[in-house]
Ligand binder design. Sequence first.
Ligand SMILES: Cc1cc2nc3c(=O)[nH]c(=O)nc-3n(C[C@H](O)[C@H](O)[C@H](O)COP(=O)(O)OP(=O)(O)OC[C@H]3O[C@@H](n4cnc5c(N)ncnc54)[C@H](O)[C@@H]3O)c2cc1C
Length: 372
Amino acid sequence: MWEQFDIVIMGGGINGCAIARLLSQNGKKVCILERHTVGSGTSSNSSKLIHGGLRYLETGRVGLVQESLKDRKRLFELYPDLVEMVPFYLPVYNDSLRPWWIIRAGLGLYDLLSCQTKYHCRHISNTDFLNRFVGIKSRGLRRVYLYYDGKTNDLEMTRKMARDAVGFGCDIRENCQVFSINIDDKLIKIMYKNSRGEHKVGAPLLINATGPWIDEVNVKYRLPHNYRISKVSGVHIVLNRTLVPDCMFLQTYNRRIFFMIPWAEGRTIIGTTERMERDSCDDVQIQDADVKYLLDCANHYLQEPVSQDNICDTFLGIRPLVRIKNADSDATTMSRDYKIDVISKGKVKLIHVYGGKLTTCLSMSEKVAARI
Ligand SMILES: Cc1cc2nc3c(=O)[nH]c(=O)nc-3n(C[C@H](O)[C@H](O)[C@H](O)COP(=O)(O)OP(=O)(O)OC[C@H]3O[C@@H](n4cnc5c(N)ncnc54)[C@H](O)[C@@H]3O)c2cc1C
């Protein structure tokens, strides 16, 4: 006997949980099958920002920034205890590859797109900045800007989204190893194992929300699909010291940006790297070069250098970026937009969700719901 649902979702990351939350709220009988535990994938290894993505303006992705800023506002209202608006400082130095006026113009547009009146970007005097950021180098400092964006605990937000989904009747099953998916004209039949044995579930709709594992899932279970992803790893290091009192974005020598974020218990998160990966997601590892790059970036701006000895933790996530034929393949400038891929066969549907950000989970879930 097949245990029947209206919808089965593979993957309990932020996207799977946000989709489950909305569809369960709409009265659908939904089941999530998660290979490990809710939020254990990319959704606990992000930079933890609920943001429009200021730097995407540089590559002209105004629509993505606008949608993300709208979602930022909604997440802030939905989970005020989990998403907080915090100040971000943007110091510009003489050797910064982007001049201050480009930063100023970008921030002005960001303010405009966010359609809010409370949090405005502004110029801060160098003296005020250096009095507050006592460990940061003053030599070569040209100008400093301040703007506001959202910060969260990504794992807690994903768990909260999952709890909300369960509150609306969703059934979340963790530690499930799916071993077969069969699509016929009336039902998608999924068999999985867990510690209690083998189980059979079926639904006329399967949503594949397995994040960076999506290509591997499509190949393994021979699921028809129209897109593929590029996997871009991002490493963060966590230092056992408070290096900055507030969040700070800085420019790197290779025209990228990196950040330092004050974190709980006097720690600081520094991120992130971007490297295109060919290995399967489970085999991607943090390399010594990733750690060295982040330490070098930070030390370029710190008065007292930090070293390997100050690192108390590291974490790695993989960005699933939609691969578009003949489009940009540079990891930094590739689009962070998401795609919803719908495949219909008889009375059944398969929906894949590719890419997306923590911030855009609400919009993405609404677009998925609209395609059902
Ligand atoms: C380094 C980095 C920094 C980022 N920073 C930010 C940021 O600051 N702000 C922001 O908005 N976004 C950020 N993002 C993007 C954001 O984190 C991701 O887009 C988002 O978490 C993806 O969520 P997801 O649910 O699609 O994937 P995931 O969270 O990876 O969830 C997929 C789930 O599928 C499960 N799974 C895999 N295979 C199977 C299977 N066969 N059966 C069942 N389950 C399976 C996995 O275990 C996993 O839990 C960042 C991403 C990275 C990598």
